[in-house]
Design a protein around this ligand. Sequence first.
Ligand code: NAD
Length: 339
Amino acid sequence: RKLGIALVGLGKYSEGQLAPALEKTTNCRLAGIVTGTPDKAETWKKKYDLADKNIYDYKTFDQIADNPDIDIVYVVLPNALHAEYTIRAAKAGKHVICEKPMAMTPEECQQMIDACKKANRQLSIGYRLHFEPHNQEMMRLGQKEVFGKINHIIAENGQVQDESSPWRLGRGIGSGGPVRDVGVYCLQGAIYTKGQVPVAVTAKFHPITDPEKFSKVEEGADFQLHFADGTVANCTASFNKQLNKLRAEAAKGWFELAPSFGYSGLEGKTSQGNMEIENVPQQARQMDAFAECILKNQPTTVPGELGMRDVQLLSAIFEAARTGRKVSTKEVLQVMDKS
Ligand code: NAD
């Protein structure tokens, strides 16, 4: 049986990536939508042949509890709404995929995890790159120390933001700015390449060059992840520069992806030659993997706990930028697991 997925929020990512990916999946299918825009509901209904009873708005959303066609709710809303809709989906008895970053605060993340546990439903984060072969190769090369011990990492992710997603610039609703929205890829990339969680972080926000655009969120930031063995990952997140790179330097060579975090066209090189790895439909793999976990009652490799760890580390990065101090991650990583 193919599990039914309902996409909540039909913005650029749902329309451009997730809905097309759902046409390539084998374990799941697009079964429903949740949108506040009646025009979009009509267009999607026709395009994806959706039943009227599987189309919800934000007021009727909780009635999804009574709909056996929907097994998984995929929260693709602005970052500040992730917690509310994940918790409502869990209360409706659905498994949840929540987009990155998981939420705005560690406390919200804990509430999301608790709600899913209480409902006995699985929660996963939209960390598609865990299912992407170039990034999987970075994990293998780094974690198995194929080029020896890593001594330096560079992770850069930036997108020039315009007014097409006003919430990203902090208008109307918070986004967490570039550090949370795109910096989470640098954090993830550095950690899964090194295979360790940093013990401390330092950070500095970029100077604002466009005060009108960046009146509510930061323009960018440099942050450093300090690992126990002295390795440093130099990370850059920006809403005003195009950046896309993950590079590791090790005792016996180097390996890198550029671009590293995109949906397609990823390219890998090492000090011994090109990686020659095919690009695959990442989101289809990600959703199929989660559906398989549910069908086989197995845990996901990208659970809420992983999303929460990153939100905790992002909070430490903000504190470091605010105070100018080197912030130990030990304190923020004390998981408040009450179960
Ligand atoms: P978007 O601005 O294109 O879409 C957001 C949608 O939310 C819109 O359809 C908007 O109408 C709707 N919405 C509902 N309530 C809203 C409110 N109160 N204020 C503002 N909008 C509201 O954004 P997007 O790029 O599709 O991003 C959506 C989510 O997906 C974000 O969490 C983002 O981080 C994530 N995302 C993930 C990836 C990835 O590669 N995993 C890529 C892009 C976006």
